[in-house]
Ligand binder design. Structure first.
Ligand code: TMP
Length: 237
């Protein structure tokens, strides 16, 4: 599949056209940002890890009956995906209090919920990705009511699949962010990536952070943490 002109460059990935109008190539970078791009850096080898991890997890999710944009891994950093129009929502599932939830509600990090939670942020850098609920998303015409129902169902489904899988790797899935897109025919599919950039992953025994919080919070050992979760994933997939 020939890589044609660049369509878009995001914070962590570039997207290219191909000869097929329904397919795109995603190219993962080592660039890392946090706090809406205020903090910038590089995590050596991150692009390769995120590409491979995301692809393996998407294939697992697809097998369980949730459609994804994944088509084929082309190289260490490049993947062929179905073209979607992204629903401009960050869909966040939490199993344990951490990050912005802990800050917003004054709950200590590590408090385990009886049931997972879901929240949405309107993807808009200028507005700082404000939180929104289902009614807001519908009023803003970001998605229809039917699409919101499907997105919620898929997001909780992904949580069950990933929670169980990471448990087998000795890793606790604390929370994560998903993005969904529409194919040309309107079908909702899971898109973007699933990686240590977009998930909080804690070592089940020690509680050590094995994700991008090491970068966000200047904890050091960022590259080692990404390599460690990738190693565990490969041993258990
Ligand atoms: P938060 O606690 O900062 O709201 O983050 C919740 C989860 O979403 C966490 O796993 C990190 C992920 N996330 C992203 O993938 N992108 C983002 O821009 C933000 C703010 C969070």
């Amino acid at each position: 599949m020939n890589k044609r002109e660049q369509l878009y460059e995001g914070k962590a990935k570039k997207v290219f056209k191909t000869d097929d109008e329904n397919l795109l190539i995603v190219d993962y970078k080592d660039d890392a940002t946090a706090f809406n791009g205020l903090k910038k850096g590089t995590i050596a080898g991150k692009g390769v890890i995120n590409n491979k991890m995301s692809n393996l997890l998407m294939q697992k999710i697809e097998k369980e009956g949730i459609p994804t944009h994944f088509v084929k891994e082309l190289s260490d950093r490049e993947t062929l995906v179905k073209k979607v129009s992204i629903v401009p929502l960050e869909v966040i599932i939490r199993n344990i209090a951490a990050g912005s939830f802990s800050k917003r509600y004054g709950v200590e990090e590590g408090v385990v919920f009886e049931e997972p939670t879901i929240e949405f942020s309107y993807k808009n850098d200028e507005l700082g990705d404000p939180l929104c609920n289902t009614y807001h998303a519908i009023a803003l015409k970001l998605a229809t009511a039917d699409e919101m129902e499907r997105i919620k169902k898929y997001a909780f489904g992904v949580n069950e699949i990933l929670k169980e899988f990471w448990k087998g790797c000795g890793v606790t899935l604390v929370d994560f962010k998903l993005e969904f897109g529409r194919l040309a025919d309107g079908t909702i599919v899971l898109a973007d990536e699933i990686s240590p950039d977009t998930c909080r992953l804690w070592d089940s025994k020690t509680g050590e952070k094995l994700d991008k919080d090491r970068f966000r919070r200047d904890l050091g050992g960022v590259e080692d943490a990404y390599a460690e979760v990738m190693k565990r994933l490969k041993e258990n997939i």
